[in-house]
Design a protein around this ligand. Structure first.
Ligand code: KG4
Ligand code: ZN
Length: 358
């Protein structure tokens, strides 16, 4: 085993703990490249020293992420993003104690760029490398300093462009998926309806913006009927399509109409998400709830979750905006947690585009 993979290279812990926990005081680099954002953060302990993100605007005219363009853009951005993150943190490569990177799930080409870059960098600097599961990282973002670190087991809802998952969290190392979507993800539902009414990709933020001035009761869209704790959004998408077909003609330039569609859509999606989260928390006896992932940036969802917490007397965890959508800090945070319990990864840890969350 090469020395960069040895146990001695695992950094010292400040105060290894239970729940709540203290994380190692090491300087960890976090590299995220699973989809269309190249994001790198430098983190000391649980404090973000810097985060630098390059978004890819090329996809907006295609109405979705084009994988080949995404990996090319990661290749172009990754070195300047690393330099920007180090410069903002006031750190040199020689200050780093470890390198965490997204191993999966995600787009193969995008993951390949970030993971090959991260593994080569760690190897050349003789540092431990920490392969990270992207969906676990969204949940672990709650421990990034600046928010209220979770202090008790919680029911967490991950809502992103590719996933919708209910995760029972009994410690940062014990994440148990208890519900998932049977078809589209919540973010996908936002993006697809946005496309139907001519909004650019990604549609979620645009829908959110227009929804603020729309009438949420203007349209009634069907909510799916799914047993247990799973989700389904494809029926909602069809329901929106049918409604729009009936009264779309001549409306392409009608901003009021678009605002009403957005408000009604957002209201329906938020109601589905909130009711499932409440049901799951009740079923598992949790008194703390959380949302994370790109859709947790949605203002309607954020306030509905706060209302749920207030109504039930539950503690609510919502990440700051910069840690909701894909970000390097959540990868660095995950690297810190991995370094407390596992051995580092190796050079052969290639991308896992369909890595299940176990
Ligand atoms: O977590 P994320 O950045 O990437 C994935 O891992 O998929 O999530 C991206 C998703 C997109 O579907 C985007 O439209 C959605 O998050 N999103 C939003 C908002 N901001 C991002 N959806 C609704 N409202 C928002 N404000
Ligand atoms: Zn994500």
């Amino acid at each position: 085993m090469p020395d960069f993979m040895s146990e001695e290279s695992i950094p010292e812990f400040v105060q290894p703990g239970g729940f709540p926990v203290s994380v190692p005081n090491a300087i960890m680099l976090g590299i995220e490249s699973s989809c269309d954002d190249t994001s790198i953060a430098v983190m000391k302990g649980d404090v973000v020293l810097s985060q630098f993100t390059a978004a890819q605007h090329i996809h907006s005219k295609y109405g979705g992420v084009v994988p080949e363009f995404a990996s090319r853009a990661h290749q172009k951005h990754i070195l300047p993003v690393l330099n920007g993150a180090l410069e903002r943190a006031g750190c040199a490569l020689s200050d780093l104690n470890g390198i965490a990177y997204t191993r999966g799930p995600g787009l193969n080409g995008s993951l390949l760029v970030g993971s090959a870059f991260a593994r080569s960098l760690a190897w050349s600097l003789n540092l431990p490398m920490w392969p990270v599961h992207h969906m676990r990282a969204h949940v672990l973002a709650h421990w990034i300093s600046g928010g209220d670190a979770p202090a008790e087991p919680m029911m967490a809802l991950t809502v992103s462009g590719g996933h919708t998952q209910l995760v029972d969290v009994s410690s940062p190392w014990d994440l148990n998926v208890v519900g998932t979507t049977l078809d589209d993800a919540a973010g996908e539902a936002f993006d697809k309806v946005a496309k139907m009414i001519g909004l650019p990709y990604p549609g979620g933020p645009e829908v959110n913006r227009l929804a603020q001035e729309g009438d949420r009761f203007a349209f009634e869209f069907t909510s799916p009927q799914v047993a247990g704790l799973d989700f389904s959004f494809s029926g909602l998408k069809t329901s929106v399509l049918r409604t729009l077909e009936k009264n779309k003609e001549g409306r392409e330039k009608d901003l009021k109409w678009k605002k009403d569609v957005c408000a009604s859509l957002q209201h329906t999606i938020v109601a589905i998400l909130v009711s499932r989260l409440e049901k799951a928390a009740d079923r598992f006896g949790r008194k703390a709830i959380a949302i994370q992932g790109g859709v947790s940036a949605n203002s309607g969802l954020r306030s509905a979750i706060q209302e749920l917490g207030a109504r039930r007397g539950w503690k609510v965890h919502i990440p700051p905006f910069q840690y909701c959508t894909d970000n390097g800090a959540m990868i660095a945070m995950s690297g810190q947690f991995s370094s407390m319990k596992s051995k580092p990864g190796g050079l052969g840890d290639g991308p896992l585009p369909r890595w299940p969350m176990t």
